[in-house]
Design a protein around this ligand. Structure first.
Ligand SMILES: NC(=O)C1=CN([C@@H]2O[C@H](COP(=O)(O)OP(=O)(O)OC[C@H]3O[C@@H](n4cnc5c(N)ncnc54)[C@H](O)[C@@H]3O)[C@@H](O)[C@H]2O)C=CC1
Ligand SMILES: O=C([O-])CC(=O)C(=O)O
Length: 355
């Protein structure tokens, strides 16, 4: 999701919470409602999209929802009339599906902060599709709907199931001959997560699902883990719990875990043979001061690309002693990190330039 869409969402929620007067938002809103109790209102943003359409259908079928509002883009000011019908407050829970969720959620947090509507208990990255896939693939392997992994599935199978879950998106994209991605299963997963949120809001006890949320369970400001849902959104961010030996392994994370950079004596890396990591999550291409001067706080960014290039330059002398195969592995990881940086950068610049 681009920052412009987040901005639209933030604008919509802010306006919905504060005013019933016509707004100048550029969203085209189609809305309808059903008469059921309790009174929960749900808005689907991007409702005309591959995921949005089936999500809207599933939301319409959910008896916990009394009003359903569907939004998509169009360049018409007629949106104002529709938006003014929404009387929901900024208490809304926001479930972000747009990829990459681990970037769009922190960016959304910044947008909401800028709009003065951020509540860390109410912003969720939807990671439910991974859970749905894991359960489905596991049940297929174990031949039972619910089971203890150790009891039914070998370590080797768990590894294969983990890989299949991690690659689930690609599996669907390829099955659709690259003409589409996972929309129906994502809509199902999104609807299940929304239903859990609604149950939490209704005071159903002990509703626990996985989500990418603001978190203190690791050193990262946002993380995906089990979350207890309640009347205010996130009731409790639950810890990781005991990890199996396999889960503790690096490959479970899907990326080579390269130690962070630190300079040793004479500015060289202490032990490059075990790798060196210049990538810092959320690092910006523009200097950090650019964002500071515009009042943007990026919780991930403690350095810029310039800092990383400086570290790299200091490290260069050690490269002469490194085998080329090792070098290519690290360069590969860096390429991945830079791609992510590029997306975050564009979105952050958009946030920085917000009026
Ligand atoms: N979290 C997860 O596990 C998954 C996430 N995704 C992600 O979900 C996202 C959406 O996927 P699709 O529905 O297939 O895409 P899509 O392109 O079919 O739909 C997106 C919709 O958003 C609308 N839109 C764009 N800007 C808007 C704005 N400012 N306001 C309102 N509507 C706006 C577009 O007009 C379009 O109808 C993608 O980022 C995709 O990568 C997809 C599958 C799984
Ligand atoms: O990559 C995508 O857009 C789809 C996705 O996340 C998935 O299917 O897991």
């Amino acid at each position: 999701m681009k920052a412009s869409m987040l901005r639209s969402a933030a604008t919509t929620l802010r306006r919905a919470s504060s005013s019933s007067s016509p707004s100048s938002t550029h969203l085209l809103c189609r809305s309808f409602s059903s008469d059921s109790n309790p009174d929960h209102q749900v808005a689907v943003l991007g409702a005309a999209g591959g995921i949005g359409q089936p999500v809207a259908l599933l939301m319409k079928l959910n008896p916990l929802i009394s009003s359903l509002f569907l939004y998509d883009i169009a360049g018409t000011p007629g949106i104002a009339a529709d938006v003014s019908h929404i009387n929901t407050r900024a208490q809304a829970l926001v479930n972000m599906i747009s990829n990459p969720v681990n970037s769009t959620v922190p960016i959304a947090a910044e947008v909401f902060k800028k709009a003065g509507t951020y509540d860390e208990k109410k912003l969720f990255g939807v990671t439910m599709l991974d859970v749905v896939r894991a359960k489905t693939f596991y049940a297929g392997k174990a031949k039972v709907p619910v089971a203890t992994p150790k009891a039914y599935v070998s370590d080797e199978d768990i590894k294969a199931l983990t890989n299949r879950t991690q690659d689930g998106g690609t599996e669907v994209v390829e099955a659709k001959a690259r003409k589409g991605c996972a929309t129906l299963s994502m809509a199902y997963a999104g609807a299940i997560f929304a239903d859990a949120c609604l149950k939490g809001l209704n005071g159903v006890p002990n509703v626990v699902e996985c989500s990418f949320v603001q978190s203190t369970i690791t050193e990262l400001p946002f993380f995906a883990s089990k979350v207890r849902l309640g009347k205010n959104g996130v009731e409790e961010v639950l810890g990781l719990g005991p990890l199996s030996d396999y889960e503790k392994q690096v490959e479970y994370l899907g990326l080579p875990l390269v130690p962070p950079y630190f300079s040793g004596q004479n500015g060289s890396c202490m032990n490059f043979q075990e790798g060196v990591n210049f990538a810092v999550m959320g690092a910006t291409a523009l200097d950090i001061d650019f964002f500071k001067q515009r009042g943007i706080h990026n919780p991930f960014a403690s350095c810029s690309l310039g800092n990383q290039l400086d570290w790299f330059k200091k490290m260069l002398p050690s490269l002469c002693h490194t085998r080329s195969s090792e070098f290519s592995i690290y360069v590969h990881a860096a390429e991945f990190a830079f791609a992510e940086v590029a997306f975050v950068e564009v979105a952050l610049v958009e946030v920085a330039l917000m009026p």
